[in-house]
Design a protein around this ligand. Structure first.
Ligand SMILES: Cc1cc2nc3c(=O)[nH]c(=O)nc-3n(C[C@H](O)[C@H](O)[C@H](O)COP(=O)(O)OP(=O)(O)OC[C@H]3O[C@@H](n4cnc5c(N)ncnc54)[C@H](O)[C@@H]3O)c2cc1C
Ligand SMILES: NC(=O)c1ccc[n+]([C@@H]2O[C@H](COP(=O)([O-])OP(=O)(O)OC[C@H]3O[C@@H](n4cnc5c(N)ncnc54)[C@H](OP(=O)(O)O)[C@@H]3O)[C@@H](O)[C@H]2O)c1
Length: 284
């Protein structure tokens, strides 16, 4: 990583000038639980990305005790807003002793964050071949790329049915995702651009594993037993009709990947589109 100049305070100028490299201004912050929050920020005019991609974001680190120089402290983050949005949205964990999120969780509207404008990722429509039904499988903050894709017109142009499953430990951890899906129903712009009632294509399947909620259990177990398909009123996954995107913890990704392979789906990539794609929601 290249060394950056230290943060410098704006001087007498009444205009607020960016003082960080690749600075963007936070416009809104919402907290959901003591472990989860989302925020919106300005979007660099030159940033183009595909819904589902991630970027590196962060804050300036503490000064080096010897040199006094500061380096940006950056982490990968899925862009939770769709590619057409004039702002950017992120959905974040708060790790109490996490180098970045122990500080990021305290940001407020008007603060600045660093955003490297180099979007990448595999959870993009380009990495899938045409199908009839798309499955978005998420655990925890793995919902973030799907918050983008659920607001992306191409999702509804490409597929007749959109099934989103979200497994979390506790019910409060489903709030952000449930809110995004609920908001689609009354979003005038999306209903106009994508088509009135587009959201009726969505089947939402939230489950919890450690706190009581209307549907308990890991999605993997619920699919294995057939309960998930029964609850959703859909036929099991098949390579002719189904496409899928997976974003969760490593064990979840691996288990679901194996299951999709058993259903006969092949993994795709940007360079070789196929029937499903996977991305980690966090390292380890
Ligand atoms: C491709 C990719 C996309 C990512 N997108 C997001 C995103 O949209 N939102 C987000 O919150 N994080 C995301 N992450 C994780 C993110 O990069 C950081 O790890 C996270 O912000 C914590 O940073 P930290 O410096 O506080 O702690 P770190 O040192 O990075 O992590 C400390 C520990 O906290 C746990 N942890 C880290 N991130 C998460 C998480 N998201 N959920 C549960 N436990 C976690 C892990 O056990 C990790 O070892 C993504 C990671 C990758 C690889
Ligand atoms: N969520 C919390 O309340 C909480 C609180 C304090 C600390 N933490 C720590 O934060 C880290 C991440 O926690 P997290 O809750 O965000 O994410 P997580 O541990 O990845 O769990 C998210 C969801 O995924 C499920 N899951 C895990 N492995 C799976 C698999 N192989 N197949 C299907 N589903 C699977 C979990 O079910 P299970 O519950 O059955 O594992 C849980 O419902 C962990 O290190 C944890 O110790 C979490």
């Amino acid at each position: 990583m290249t060394e950056q100049k230290p943060v410098t305070e704006a001087t007498a100028s009444p205009v607020k000038v960016p003082t960080l490299p690749d600075a963007q201004t936070v416009t809104e912050v919402k907290h959901y639980t003591d472990r989860l929050f989302s925020f919106r920020c300005t979007r660099p005019a030159s940033l183009r990305f595909r819904s589902g991609e991630f970027v590196m974001i962060g804050l300036m680190g503490d000064p080096d005790p010897k040199t006094g120089k500061q380096k940006p402290l950056l982490r990968a983050y899925s862009i939770a807003s769709p590619s057409w949005d004039e702002e950017l949205e992120f959905y974040s964990i708060k790790v109490p002793d996490g180098p970045l999120t122990s500080r990021l969780q305290h940001i407020k509207a008007g603060d600045q964050i660093i955003l490297r404008p180099k979007p990448v990722g595999t959870l993009v429509h380009d990495a899938l071949i045409p199908g009839k039904r798309i499955w978005f499988f998420a655990t925890g903050t793995g919902f973030a790329p799907f918050a983008s894709l659920l607001r992306e017109p191409q999702t509804y142009e490409d597929y007749d049915e959109v099934i989103i499953t979200h497994t979390c430990r506790e019910a409060g951890e489903l709030t952000y995702g449930a809110g995004i899906i609920e908001s689609l129903k009354t979003d005038e712009l999306l209903n106009e651009v994508i088509g009135e009632g587009f959201w009726k294509k969505i089947k939402y399947y939230p489950t919890t594993t450690r706190e009581e909620s209307p549907k308990m259990g890991r999605i993997t177990d619920l699919m294995r037993s057939g309960e998930a398909f029964e609850d959703l009123g859909v036929t099991p996954i098949c390579p002719q009709n189904d496409r899928a995107m997976i974003c969760g913890n490593l064990a979840f990704n691996l288990e679901l990947k194996e299951m999709l392979e058993e259903y006969g789906l092949e993994e795709g990539a940007n360079s070789k589109p196929a029937q499903y794609v996977v991305e980690k929601a966090f390292l380890d």
